[in-house]
Design a protein around this ligand. Structure first.
Ligand code: SF4
Length: 288
């Protein structure tokens, strides 16, 4: 308790140094103390903060992970994570690439061999193709946020197991909450089915906008699949055009449409649990 008190004092001193003479905390006193302890924001550089983050890497509950206060702390916890068996076979944790301020959040399935070696998602030939596709609709890689459902590579690129998804999903969910994108793009069947909680085929899921945690979500082919089936490049480009339109529509209207649990982006109509684009896309583009 003494260490926690010291952390709280350090944090309050920091707020005062930043010109914040008064502090209003929502929730109960224990809520506030827990938040300070979990985020480590009041104990930056102290042993307690590092110890707490280390504890979350091995023992943290789903709620603990979802309570981590910033992307750097979340990355620190993920990079030391032993919450599922994949930690014993990975080379590097593949946390993310791109900008945490992005309007577009791209989600793939899990790291492959190149990603496991480099610690970056979507690298190698498939990654380069993704970069070109994103750029063709005006999204440079550095301006989107890229991650996977799983942060560690399943051995031999096997499908992720349900318990691995369960253990790892809080990281992706917290990434989503911290980035707060205008639109999510799910690449490949696995990512789409995992996020949408269904077993529908990619063919069925493509071409319309879904909602995930209140955010518009577009489904498309994984770039690795495009390398095997170049004929899918044109449909993928059309899916990314849809994502572009959602991003643009949201940018040009009220920011309230970008909040979690908020309304779908402007330029779209809600039908049941899905959102259908108002207009037909103009065809044409790379390879098409
Ligand atoms: S896959 Fe996710 S839950 Fe499993 S060890 Fe890696 S970071 Fe942790």
């Amino acid at each position: 308790m003494t260490e926690l008190r010291a952390a709280l004092r350090s944090w309050l001193d920091g707020r005062m140094a930043l010109g914040e003479p008064e502090l209003f905390l929502a929730g109960t006193r224990s809520d506030a103390l827990e938040r300070i302890r979990v985020t480590g924001s009041g104990a930056a550089g102290t042993g307690e903060s590092e110890l707490d983050l280390s504890r979350l890497s091995s023992e943290g509950t789903r709620e603990d992970i979802l309570g981590i206060g910033d992307m750097d702390a979340l990355r620190t916890v993920a990079e030391a994570c032993t919450r599922c068996g994949l930690h014993s076979t990975r080379t590097k944790v593949v946390f993310s690439d791109g900008s945490p301020d992005a309007r577009v959040l791209c989600v793939g399935e899990a790291p492959g061999a190149n990603e496991d070696r480099t610690g970056l998602p979507f690298v190698g030939r498939a990654g380069k193709l993704l970069d070109r596709l994103l750029l063709s609709v005006g999204f440079p890689r550095a301006e989107v946020f890229i991650c996977n459902v799983l942060k560690c590579r399943p051995p031999g690129n096997r499908n992720p197991a349900p318990d691995e998804i369960e253990a790892c999903s809080p990281f992706m969910l917290r990434q989503l909450e911290l980035v707060r994108p205008t639109v999510i793009v799910a690449f490949g069947t696995f990512a789409a089915q995992t996020l949408l909680g269904c077993r529908d085929s990619l063919r069925h899921l493509r071409g319309r906008t879904h909602l995930y945690e209140g955010y518009p979500l577009v489904v498309t082919y994984h770039p690795a699949a495009l390398l095997r089936n170049p004929g899918w490049t044109r449909p993928t480009w059309r899916d990314l055009q849809l994502a572009r339109r959602i991003a643009d529509g949201d940018r040009s209207t009220s920011s309230t449409s970008a909040t979690p649990g908020g309304q779908p982006a402007s330029g779209a109509e809600v039908s049941g649990d899905t959102v259908a684009p108002k207009d037909q896309l103009t065809l044409g583009g790379p390879n098409g």
